[in-house]
Design a protein around this ligand. Structure first.
Ligand code: SAH
Ligand code: TMP
Length: 398
């Protein structure tokens, strides 16, 4: 049994993905012997309908001076954040000098859209390397985790913040209670918390179990967000599905004022219908994961038997779950091509597949390329148009 991170009640483990390394822990050969592993298990709290990891490394082990993920590495995401900002400005910006905070502001891609006199902005970004890039580009980014201790140093934002934003970060915060209390401390009376995270319903539908890794401590549904925030007298006032990261959901919350609106109610009813709100959904997902693993292993073994060359494309954190759960190493996948300078020349966590500069992708012909960055499919297929033409095939586990 494990303790629910919010209610502190005991909850059973439902899925065991086995031994896992740090998902973004791309490493050099000399560090293989010291590599850190933990057991990745998933449990579900019925009370708050929350899917969560049982064990995970400390946040400081993942979010530090060497964080290898840069929001701006995807043009699609840059554009998405521009649209996200424009939507928020239209809907929620009502006055001059609107005070906004972004949590997990990374290299400043989102906050770039708020660099005008109309806004006072602050980004909380504990990973120093990405935070410094944002700062170089004129973003007020501080190398700190978002919590009450760090917030109170910024007078102008205590009880005075209009909007708190986040994307793909709330699911990274193990102490969600501290996160909500910090939002409460920061927001003014009508303040809103707006964030978007990978969506449990999309993961179930696609069987994209690779969304589960150390950084994603929670996989939220609308029901879970409603229930968690209600404990602290916050109310869910809007939900907006997003097509980013394989299917995400944007949530808008404010302090409780009225009854649940019809739109949110409808979404909640739908989650009930699809068992996204209860344990039977997780049990079905577990079976689907096992089936997916068997199918993938069979497919790759078959290709290798037929002496096909296979490479990977996109050394995503998600790929760490697939490779380690399905036990796929460099005997099957020669290397993984990627654009990220911090990853190139290193090896994938756990399975130690070499990461190679994507510029070399066409130098040797691989009949099959495993697209680990399947959520960037359109952008990558466009960039690598010649690959299909020369007879190459993109494959995924989905
Ligand atoms: N929002 C960006 C980055 C997502 S990656 C995007 O969607 O592309 C998650 C980011 O959150 C990382 O840069 C990480 O350093 C940061 N982060 C993790 N925990 C945090 C916390 N408690 N407070 C603020 N930022 C955090
Ligand atoms: P993500 O799925 O966590 O966003 O990570 C995407 C990874 O894929 C990151 O390591 C960069 C890589 N990538 C490419 O190699 N080429 C591309 O065109 C894109 C969009 C991403």
């Amino acid at each position: 049994m494990f303790k629910c991170k919010i209610t502190k009640k005991k909850i059973p483990q439902i899925i065991d993905f086995g031994k896992m390394p740090i998902a973004n822990g791309f490493l050099k050969k000399k560090d293989f012997k010291r590599e850190f592993f933990y057991n990745m298990g998933v449990s579900f709290s019925k009370d708050i309908s929350l899917l969560q990891l049982n064990n995970h490394p400390k946040p400081e082990m993942m979010f530090n001076k060497d964080y290898p993920f840069f929001t701006s590495s995807s043009n699609f995401m840059k554009n998405h954040f521009k649209n996200y900002a424009n939507w928020a400005k239209k809907k929620y910006v009502k006055k001059n000098e609107t005070k906004i905070i972004e949590i997990g502001s990374n290299d400043g891609t989102f906050l770039q859209n708020f660099r005008s006199k109309n806004f006072l902005h602050l980004g909380f970004e504990p990973s120093k390397n990405v935070s410094l890039i944002a700062r170089k580009n004129g973003i007020n980014s501080i190398v700190k985790f978002f919590n009450r201790k760090n917030l109170i140093k910024f007078d102008k934002f205590v009880n005075k913040t209009d909007l708190i934003f986040g994307a793909n970060v709330v699911c990274h915060i193990p102490d969600l209670v501290e996160f909500i209390l910090t939002c409460d401390l920061a927001l003014n009376e009508n303040g809103k918390v707006i964030f978007e995270e990978p969506y449990l319903g999309s993961m179930y539908k696609k069987v994209s179990y690779d969304q589960i890794y150390d950084e994603h401590i929670f996989m939220f549904s609308i029901t879970s967000i409603k229930k968690i925030f209600e404990i602290f007298d916050f109310q869910l006032i809007d939900v907006l599905p997003q097509n980013t990261h394989g299917g995400s959901m944007r949530y808008v919350l404010e302090r409780k004022k009225s009854k649940l609106n019809r739109k949110v109610k409808k979404y909640l009813e739908n989650e009930k219908k699809e068992n996204i709100n209860d344990v039977s959904g997780v049990i079905r997902f577990k079976k689907n994961c096992e089936l997916s693993k068997e199918k993938l292993q069979y497919k790759l073994n078959d290709l290798k038997r037929r002496k096909k060359f296979i490479c990977g494309y996109g050394a995503t954190s998600k790929s760490t779950t697939i490779l380690n759960y399905c036990n796929i190493n460099s005997k099957t996948i020669d290397c993984i091509f990627d654009t990220t300078p911090n990853k190139i020349g290193k090896y994938s966590p756990g399975m130690h597949i070499p990461i190679v500069d994507y510029k070399n992708f066409n130098k040797k012909f691989y009949e099959y390329a495993f697209l680990f960055a399947w959520n960037h499919r359109k952008e990558i297929e466009k960039k690598e148009k010649t690959y299909l033409k020369s007879g190459g095939k993109w494959i995924t586990h989905l």
